[in-house]
Design a protein around this ligand. Sequence first.
Ligand code: ADP
Ligand code: MG
Length: 139
Amino acid sequence: MKTFATHSAEETTALGRRLAAELKPGTVVLLRGDLGAGKTTLVKGIAEGFHAAQADDVTSPTFTLIHEYRGPAVTLYHIDLYRIDTQRELDTLALDDLMTPHSILLIEWGEKFERFVRERDVEIVIEHKGGDERLVKIG
Ligand SMILES: Nc1ncnc2c1ncn2[C@@H]1O[C@H](COP(=O)(O)OP(=O)(O)O)[C@@H](O)[C@H]1O
Ligand SMILES: [Mg+2]
């Protein structure tokens, strides 16, 4: 487990860019933390790191549920399960179809479903420490 402290949204985005170099295609990443912790902010940097999107173009998939960002080597799927409560609703998203050797799933609120807690390859927990400080734990 590695822990990083960030002190602004920009620092969290920069951490995401660096983290991208360590994330392997074909993996599922759970992003945990309260609303406003900085999960989507971290994804902005990860998407930049994969040359899949500019930070400004990465927005929360809260209502759209899944955003796709295609990079030259890897396609990122940024998924938000905050509004998904039942297995039936989850099934309609057909997330299995998105899991390929060339994709990475970045899932917010995935811990609501036992399956993702079991199947995740990487777990990132972001803790709000007051003000703009965040602790980002990667394991
Ligand atoms: N150190 C920090 N890291 C990430 N976001 C921060 C930080 N400091 C302040 N913020 C702000 O907190 C909010 C985080 O929002 P967001 O990334 O959408 O959170 P989440 O996806 O976890 O709900 C943004 O408004 C961002 O500008
Ligand atoms: Mg979010």
